[in-house]
Design a protein around this ligand. Structure first.
Ligand code: AMO
Length: 453
């Protein structure tokens, strides 16, 4: 039966009087208006049990054949899950559980009718593949599992804003249509910008650095765009990055901030999402101690001792780390300059004296990656704030400094020493909630195969 069985009613002036969570025994005998969509139905012949779901949860509606018109009863019986209703009715005690209430309807308005049986309902686990789920993402997002995930995402974003704001970082927005690349390795998406070629921003890097001149401490929560040709469970073409930048500090101070930021996020989730965590069956990562900070050089040595094939200067693959670090947060610090972008400051000679065996060729940088097991969550560094050194570094990396004139110009006016980090929101959600696929940490994932919905 694919055609509509009844006409939809207009919402008109009708408004909800209570959300599901606002109804309790104290409302018994009150007439209320509840609005939502049918998450499930049970048909017992003469009685229908309808679960109506709103933003916060569900409330049961019990419709007895003898108490409503046969038209209404049959209409409800034929309505498919996902249809939206407004119900005016009386709050009564639930027969099966005396501490819960249900609604006995007097009047029902059918606001929107689902024409097709959905491929998945609200259950947490579904055998439906990710592509079918993503094709119908808005309906997929109604599933319990994703509701729990995205409620926690909300807490994560709010608590990040809270931490950074309390620590005097100013929220900024930087252009997403830009003229030059900032992150060496990652590829750019070209766009038409009137009569010129431009790009979608890979990161807010140069702008957040400049803004430390005016505001000292800044942060941005916004999309970054990476043309990632590979198909993995940890890369998106459009991700949300939490970028922070601060004047008069170095990378060690920013690691301290990142550590405290993650600790704040985890403690807020444990306070605000206890039910969601229980429903997901997840224990939050332990963050009571400070995170291990291991130098790149020591880690390479350790990996070699563990018979991994890696040479100094190579990138470190997630697979290698998985055997050495369990599910824990840790920093890999002091990366070779050759592995980091042009704006990252190198470690000066005097700081290097402790690592005598590092030769001239092995130039290190004041940089870090924050890891969770084998997953990279964040990169950060002290930045070069001297114009001449920055130009030299651009040249070393094969970049045309003339293309960065718009950026280099401000360095004539004394850019303060500064440091910062970029933290991938979806990666952080993956780590905290132990998600297998980054696509389930974002609303509408973009990857090499997907540009819709
Ligand atoms: P980086 O390129 O390491 O550093 O990016 C920072 C963090 O952003 C996340 N991330 C991604 N997440 C999902 N899909 C992707 N394709 C993707 N690419 C990056 C990761 C990563 O650790 N400007 C520097 C940061 C800085 O130094 O401030 C930067 O962009 O979690």
């Amino acid at each position: 039966m694919d055609e509509k069985i009844v006409n939809e009613d207009d919402l008109g002036d009708l408004r909800r009087s209570h959300y599901s969570f606002q109804l309790s025994r104290s409302n018994i005998d009150e007439t209320v208006v509840i609005i939502g969509w049918i998450s499930s139905k049970r048909d017992h012949g003469n009685v229908l049990f309808v679960q109506l779901r709103d933003q916060f949860g569900e409330i049961q509606v019990v419709v007895k054949k003898k108490e409503v018109s046969s038209d209404l009863f049959n209409t409800l019986r034929n309505l498919k899950e996902h249809s939206s209703l407004a119900i005016t009715g009386v709050v009564v005690e639930q027969k099966s559980s005396t501490d819960q209430v249900e609604i006995k309807p007097n009047e029902i308005k059918i606001l929107s009718i689902s024409n097709k049986p959905a491929p998945f309902l609200t259950q947490s686990v579904t055998s439906v593949g990710i592509d079918t789920r993503l094709d119908l993402r808005a309906i997929d997002l109604r599933r319990n599992y994703l509701q729990f995930v995205f409620r926690i995402r909300n807490t994560i974003i709010n608590s990040i804003r809270e931490y950074l704001t309390e620590n005097y970082f100013v929220e900024v927005n930087t252009p997403k249509m830009i003229a030059t690349a900032t992150e060496g390795g990652a590829a750019l998406f070209p766009i038409f910008y009137y009569d010129r070629e431009a790009f979608l921003a890979q990161s807010p890097q140069l702008y957040k650095e400049q803004l430390t001149m005016a505001f000292e401490s800044v942060f941005e929560i916004a999309p970054i765009f990476r043309a990632e040709p590979s198909r993995t469970n940890r890369h998106l073409s459009e991700a949300i990055s939490i970028d922070a930048e601060k004047a008069y500090v170095d990378y060690r101070d920013m690691m301290d901030h990142l550590e405290k930021l993650i600790q704040h996020v985890i403690s807020q989730i444990s306070k605000k999402n206890a039910d969601d965590l229980e429903n997901l069956g997840i224990d939050l990562p332990q963050v009571s101690k400070s995170f291990v900070r291991i130098t790149y050089t020591d880690l390479v040595r350790k990996l070699q001792e563990n018979h991994k094939y890696i040479r100094w200067g190579d990138d470190i693959s997630p697979k290698m780390l998985k055997d050495i670090f369990g599910d824990e947060f840790f920093f890999i610090v002091d990366w070779p300059s050759s592995t980091k972008p042009f704006y990252v400051k190198t470690i000066t000679e005097d700081k290097l004296s402790a690592e005598k065996e590092i030769s001239e060729k092995k130039i290190l940088s004041e940089s870090f990656d924050l890891m969770y097991g084998g997953l990279e969550l964040s990169s950060g560094s002290t930045r070069i704030n001297n114009k001449q050194i920055l130009i030299e570094n651009m040249k070393k990396k094969g970049l045309n400094d003339k293309a960065f004139e718009y950026h280099l110009r401000v360095f004539d006016y004394a850019v303060p020493p500064h440091a910062g980090f970029g933290l991938g929101l979806e990666r952080l959600i993956m780590a905290i909630l132990k998600l297998e696929n980054i696509r389930d940490a974002t609303f509408y994932p973009r990857d090499i195969d997907r540009l819709t919905p």
